[in-house]
Design a protein around this ligand. Structure first.
Ligand code: GYE
Length: 330
């Protein structure tokens, strides 16, 4: 282990220094007393924000898994700002953490800070979202969902649901512009519907993965179009907002407008059961245990796969097992 300091913040380092002064113990001696554990790995984790129940579930999953795995976690929340994420990564480098994991808010703009991590010899894992770089040596691996497949699942449901339709008008509320889930969920969806000219995407607007913006986007779309057949929304938070807008416009979600959403929060599954959502494409935020396993391997100098994917499915109005689903946990 490179580090010789205890958890989370400078304050803790100051406390440790005081303890050394007061007791005359070195950190190693304190280890033996069980105060700190030098065998633990120190993982710097930069979360991108708190924009959705998905994100809160993801943060909790990482924090709980770190505790279970005995991994010391330095956690930073960037509140949707890339500059804050870059700052957090710099602070992890300064602390000489063993491994850096981060969920990149957008794909571009990471090369400089990741060069610094590489120079410091700290392996970097991207979690949940991906980065775009010409230099693949800047990160060791990715762990999270296959967003292309999520988009394809959304498209396949639309094909199934609209099998007898002659003409289908679709609106899309997408996630944060230039983020991986936004790009790939859009691409996978289009891939499945391509070549079938019954399907028209009237418009695609970004709701930034936020419930409030999802509602605003849907209000806008409803004011421009009176013939929307399908809403494809890139996350449940925006879908919940959009449903409010649909109901306020006097329409019935799930009937007047077919709704396809991604994530699988408990709230969305409940609305699927209530008939207000037609298809929920699962994207699990519960990847904490996988992150800890990979971080431990990296800290031990072992190699890891370039991509580690979570297992996912979709839930639709055609499923017969909806009542027996266990609680979602996010
Ligand atoms: O779908 C959304 C969250 O990056 C997969 O981010 C994640 C997305 C998730 O805000 O709810």
């Amino acid at each position: 282990m490179k580090k010789s300091h205890c958890l989370v913040c400078q304050l803790a380092l100051v406390c440790l220094a005081c303890a050394v002064l007061l007791t005359g113990c070195t950190p190693a001696e304190q280890d033996k007393a069980g105060v700190t554990d030098e065998s633990q790995i120190l993982l710097g984790f930069s979360q991108l924000g708190s924009e959705s129940a998905w994100r809160l579930g993801n943060t909790k999953s990482v924090q709980d898994a770190a505790k279970r795995a005995g991994v010391q976690l330095m956690y930073e929340n960037a509140e949707q700002k890339q500059e804050k994420q870059i700052k957090a990564i710099r602070s992890f480098i300064a602390y000489q953490v063993d491994v850096i994991a981060f969920s990149p808010i957008v794909e571009d703009g990471w090369d400089n800070v990741l060069q610094e991590a590489k120079k410091a010899g700290i392996p970097v894992l991207t979690t949940d979202r991906r980065i775009n770089t010409a230099d693949d040596s800047l990160f060791v691996g990715f762990v999270g969902s296959d967003f292309y497949e999520e988009g394809r699942r959304a498209g396949r449901f639309v094909l199934q649901k609209m099998v007898d339709a002659q003409h289908v008008n679709i609106v899309e509320i997408s996630g944060t512009i230039d983020s991986t889930p936004m790009r790939q969920r859009a691409a996978g969806f289009r891939e499945v519907l391509a070549g079938d000219d019954r399907f028209i995407i009237l418009e695609s607007v970004s709701g930034d993965f936020l419930r409030s913006k999802g509602k605003e986007c849907m209000q806008e779309l409803l004011s421009r179009y009176d013939d929307i057949d399908i809403l494809y929304s890139h996350n449940d938070a925006m879908t919940l907002g959009a449903i409010e807008a649909i109901e306020e416009a006097g329409l019935t979600p799930g009937k007047d407008i077919v709704i396809v959403t991604v994530d699988g929060e408990q709230a969305a599954i409940d609305l699927l059961k209530a008939g207000k959502i037609n298809c929920v494409v699962e994207c699990t935020p519960l990847i904490g245990d996988m992150i800890m396993e990979l971080a431990k391997k990296l800290a031990a100098g072992e190699s890891i796969p370039r991509n580690t994917y979570s297992e996912e499915r979709s839930f639709t109005e055609f499923d017969t097992d909806l009542d027996s689903l266990p609680p979602r946990g996010y």
